[in-house]
Design a protein around this ligand. Structure first.
Ligand code: BES
Ligand code: ZN
Ligand code: ZN
Length: 516
């Protein structure tokens, strides 16, 4: 009896799983399609498809819209619905909800809902198909090919390098749209952010300062014509008198690296460069001021500033942006040991300023101080430094936006405009003298590396400290501690290190390149 029932079940399964055509039997060949649908306006009867979806529907004599009606109420934004076997070339079709067609930029929120909805919906559709082990998807541009590509490429990324069981690798391609350039741009933007996510997520025993520098060098190798990479050694740092950076690096057995990237994209090789500087602590234990062990593993991403800066330069090179960029990443570990710097020690930065290190966990500002001093030698048109600098930044804004401290209204405008396009927001923070007073009051030295009122305004005192190493008129410090990781706030990024704000840095550089 049991045998008979099993045989019957097998027959039913075989029938249900029968593919549309024999050519689709092999998993590797399975192709999927992602199509968009808008939310209905009021009592509207018909489904409201995107242009590409409507054409697909026509080619099937209206079968898709008919099935969508049968499937029930309209699709909510970011939700997807699957249809099997309705088209010869695409055994699986994911229809995704884009929200209202009328969505656009909200001035108060600094938010482009239309672009964000596209990223969210496309990512949801692609992931649903990935779950079904579909290895190639074609994607509707949903009215904005760049955002659609970002949704696909960001949504499909996961860090499973070190797992035996990996997610299906999915390739994506534009479907039914002429905007191939927009799509290609979106892919490069998203791959840039994915490179930063990869570097941030990887464990600190894999991404050491040396491994970080080598990875970036490899990624830049195809662009050697316009790029030079310098991996500076400890001896060079000593020559440069980078006493603040060296004081952090000395606690670790892992050699520090000062990574220096030059991208010459402008036709005018004399054009002053944009200078990007990223904090590159490949692991922050806190040093002698040791951090609590809970969640300390997240400090493998304390090189997020260096990762986003270097990844945006890799992407700028891939886009051949007509602009010159210099990238600097001081890379080291912050570890406790017999050689490590101790609370109360005084060190001297490259510009001769002395610093009393009262807390060895406030190490980011020390390594950035020397990098900023060195950066001025390139006579940059603007300086942007990026760092997972303070827990206080996370307390202030959470993961909604990167905090921007800047002495330049012009630079602020540029960054803000870029962030509305990318959906990876920035928010302006104060650089008051009030905070400077707190770091210039040191018992033993010119500066103290922590504010005198302990934790109050911690993100602002850190920024005020950095300001002491800046002479340029257009400087911005981006504190990215709050946006470092993602739970589910950004729906098109999986849980993990976020790679934010790589795309905003890139969009900002593209703005400088094209608008001057
Ligand atoms: N890397 C941390 C800041 C951080 C915390 C980034 C959480 C991302 C998530 C930084 O080096 C640090 O430890 N800062 C201290 C400064 C304090 C000692 C003045 C902090 O924020 O507690
Ligand atoms: Zn720290
Ligand atoms: Zn740190």
């Amino acid at each position: 009896m049991l045998v008979v029932r099993k045989a019957a079940q097998k027959a039913v399964r075989k029938h249900l799983c029968r593919p549309f055509s024999a050519s689709h039997t092999h998993l590797q060949e399975r192709k999927g399609l992602v199509l968009g649908v808008f939310e209905k306006n009021g009592e509207e009867e018909s489904v409201h498809l995107t242009e590409a979806a409507a054409r697909f529907d026509q080619s099937l004599s209206g079968k898709l819209s008919e099935l969508l009606k049968i499937a029930g109420p309209g699709l909510k934004k970011g939700k997807s619905r699957l249809f099997y076997g309705i088209h010869q070339d695409f055994p699986c079709v994911a229809v995704v909800g884009l929200g209202k067609e009328s969505e656009g930029v909200c001035g108060a929120e600094k938010w482009d809902s239309r672009k964000e909805s596209i990223r969210q919906a496309v990512s949801a559709g692609c992931r649903t198909l990935q779950e079904l082990k579909v290895s190639h998807v074609e994607v509707d541009d949903c009215g904005d090919a760049k955002s659609a590509a970002e949704g696909a490429v960001l949504g499909l990324f996961s860090y499973d390098e070190l797992k035996s069981k990996k997610k299906t690798r999915v390739t994506s391609k534009l479907h039914g749209s002429a905007d191939v350039d927009g799509w290609k741009k979106g892919v490069i933007y998203a791959e840039g952010q994915n490179l930063a996510r990869f570097l941030m997520e990887a464990p600190a025993n894999r991404i050491t300062p040396t491994a970080f520098a080598n990875t970036i060098e490899e990624k830049l190798a195809p662009h050697a014509e316009r790029v030079t990479v310098k991996k500076r050694s400890k001896a060079w740092m000593e020559e440069q008198q980078m006493g603040a950076f060296l004081s952090v690096a000395r606690g670790s057995e892992e050699p520090p690296v000062f990574l220096e990237l030059h991208y010459s994209g402008s036709a005018d090789s004399q054009q002053p460069p944009l200078l990007l500087v990223g904090k590159g602590i490949t692991f922050d234990s806190g040093g002698i001021s040791l951090k609590p062990s809970q969640s300390m593993d997240a400090m493998r991403a304390d090189m997020g500033g260096a990762a986003t800066v270097c990844a945006s330069i890799v992407a700028a090179a891939a886009l051949k942006l007509p602009v010159n960029i210099v990238g600097l990443a001081p890379l080291c570990e912050n570890m406790p040991s017999g050689k490590a710097i101790k609370p109360g020690d005084v060190v001297m930065a490259k510009n001769g300023k002395t610093i009393q290190v009262d807390n060895t966990d406030a190490e980011g500002r020390l390594i950035l101080a020397d990098a900023l001093c060195y950066g001025h030698t390139f006579n940059p048109r603007a300086i942007v430094n990026v760092a997972t600098l303070t827990g206080a930044m996370d307390v202030a804004l959470g993961s909604a936006a990167t905090g921007v401290f800047t002495n330049s209204d012009w630079l602020w405008e540029q960054l803000q405009q870029a962030s509305v396009v990318t959906g990876d927001r920035v928010w302006r923070m104060p650089l008051f003298q009030h905070y400077t007073n707190q770091v210039t009051d040191s018992q033993l030295a010119d500066l103290n590396n922590i504010g005198k009122y302990s934790r109050s305004g911690g993100a602002c005192t850190a920024a005020a400290f950095l300001k002491e190493f800046v002479m340029a008129p257009h400087w911005a410090h981006l504190d990215i501690a709050g946006v470092m990781s993602n739970k589910d706030e950004v729906p098109y990024l999986r849980k993990g290190m976020s790679g934010r704000p790589t795309r905003t840095l890139l969009e900002f550089a593209a703005g400088l390149a094209h608008r001057g």
